[in-house]
Design a protein around this ligand. Structure first.
Ligand SMILES: [Zn+2]
Length: 495
């Protein structure tokens, strides 16, 4: 990556942001907040514009230590293996081919942070959804918090609208090694707001402009100047994901920043239960972001959060990747900041949090009502089955194995365990598709602090009052699954 050019557009040097004092070999020229390595050899012609693309003369005027170019150290590209404390650690990361990569299909890659940085510095043309990575290594190629063995890096979303210069300055002030890159939707000036979420969170009935601004600022962390002149383009756009409100605002700079950790965060060796370790990751992550002034929400702190490799739409896109040279991130130095999972405004409606929601979905209603309610046409007694096996029933695993295909939808948002599925009663819903129906393995619920067994829940009005056995019964009676499904899952599948 050559990004120092002469006035003729010839690339002759490399600019690296960060602290010149921790870098090996010593740079040709030290600058405030960065450094230059002069490159010996033929200049590269017609360098494409980049953030740090800057005429050589500007650097020489600014902070030069040498009287003439001849006094500078020059390096051949082969010699320029720039080493910093942050670039040395070995990292193991799971990679997938897309957001929909199947459980069990994620593959580990091992490299140094510097080698992984080189991949991130190579910003490619492509679709948004494509090759992606997790922050560490997981068990059995799975992507979920309970499977995460150790996190080796920490990735942050920078979608608030803060400009690159500010973000880089913050990271440099902390002396940290990082790679920052633009996301696929960098500088987008429209956003789709999930209408139901907006209405629920803001107690709104209509797409009120002031409430929309507040929603974007408070819920999405967007900086106020971005939404100053907010405009509603469509107050009820129906997408495959449901009804959204389409708004226009100032273009939002969007980046990801990836940091190299001083020590892998090993979930099984934090000294408490696995759930304690998962919570500790979330809270230290939140503490780090708080210290840095980065916005975060519940989904960012998920230990199994997914990041796309850097991609941009086409050659006309505004994009870039930048390395900041520095030290590793010592997460233990940041205090733990608790995050609340369901921040609701006004009077609470329904379950207060995911755990009580799961409890209600999971067990509370299993044993009331009509005694024949849970006996299938074939005479399979789900109530009896449930008393024995519900606590250990890995429903997601079973559905993945026995049904698969379109029946399984996206992983649940906000880092919650489980996966969205097609509702067995979808025909009764007022809208088809969507994300209101989900299942959670008993083991994942357990890891998440809920011991009542598996979850099968549908939030559509038509399914109000149905509990998890109703859904299983419907699947059995429609022969989508057979009794062998539930009965083969007798044993606790979690470690
Ligand atoms: Zn339903």
């Amino acid at each position: 990556m050559i990004d120092l050019v002469t006035d003729l557009g010839e690339g002759v040097g490399l600019y690296v942001a960060g602290s010149p004092d921790v870098v090996e070999p010593q740079p040709s020229l030290k600058l405030e907040g960065g450094m230059i390595f002069m490159i010996d050899g033929d200049p590269l012609l017609k360098q494409p514009a980049g953030f740090h693309l800057c005429p050589l003369s500007a650097f020489l005027d600014k902070g030069r230590e040498a009287d003439s170019l001849d006094d500078l150290t020059w390096y051949t590209p082969a010699q320029l293996n720039i080493v910093t404390p942050g670039s040395i650690p070995n990292v193991v990361l799971m990679t997938g081919r897309s957001r929909q990569e199947g459980q069990g299909k994620w593959k580990p890659i091992t490299s140094t942070f510097a080698q992984f940085s080189a991949i991130l510095l190579d910003h490619k043309v492509g679709e948004k959804n494509g090759t992606c990575f997790l922050q560490g290594e997981s068990a059995d190629g799975a992507r979920k918090s309970s499977a995460q063995i150790a996190n080796h890096i920490l990735g942050v979303d920078l979608d608030s609208g803060a400009p690159l210069n500010d973000v880089m300055a913050t990271i440099q002030k902390h002396g940290l090694e990082a790679v920052i890159y633009t996301t696929h939707s960098h500088l987008k000036d429209t956003s789709e707001i999930k209408r139901d979420h907006f209405m629920k969170k803001m107690d709104a009935n209509v797409a009120d402009l002031e409430l929309l601004k507040r929603y974007l600022i408070e819920r999405k962390g967007v900086l106020p100047h971005i939404v100053k002149k907010l405009e509603v383009l469509d107050d009820a756009k129906h997408t495959a994901e449901g009804v959204v409100i389409l708004v226009r605002h100032e273009p939002i700079p969007k980046f990801r920043a990836v940091f190299s950790l001083s020590e892998p965060f090993i979930f099984a060796k934090r000294g408490g239960s696995q759930q304690d370790a998962i919570n500790e990751w979330k809270e230290r992550y939140a503490g780090f972001c708080t210290d840095m002034g980065f916005f975060f929400d519940e989904k960012c702190v998920d230990p199994a959060r997914l990041f796309y490799l850097p991609r941009h739409k086409n050659s006309n896109s505004n994009f870039g990747s930048w390395r900041i040279a520095g030290n590793t991130l010592d997460l233990d130095k940041f205090s733990r900041v608790k995050i609340s999972r369901n921040r609701r405004s006004g009077a609470a409606r329904g379950p207060q949090n995911a755990f009580t929601a799961a409890a209600i979905a999971a067990g509370a209603n299993d044993y009331d009502d009509d005694p024949d309610r849970y006996i299938t046409d074939d005479g399979f007694n789900l109530r009896r089955w449930s008393a024995k096996f519900a606590k250990h029933f890995e429903i997601q695993t079973m559905l993945d194995t026995l049904v698969g295909g379109d029946f399984i939808r996206e992983p649940r948002p906000s880092g919650k365990p489980g996966v969205q599925v097609e509702c067995p009663f979808e025909a009764e819903h007022t809208t088809l598709g969507g994300s209101g129906t989900f299942v959670v393995n008993a083991g994942d619920n357990y890891a998440d602090g809920f011991e009542g067994g598996f979850t099968f829940n549908c939030q559509h009005a038509a399914c109000n009052g149905r509990d998890r056995l109703d859904f299983l019964k419907e699947l059995l009676e429609n022969e989508i699954i057979s009794e062998a499904g539930p009965t083969q899952q007798k044993l606790p599948a979690r470690a």
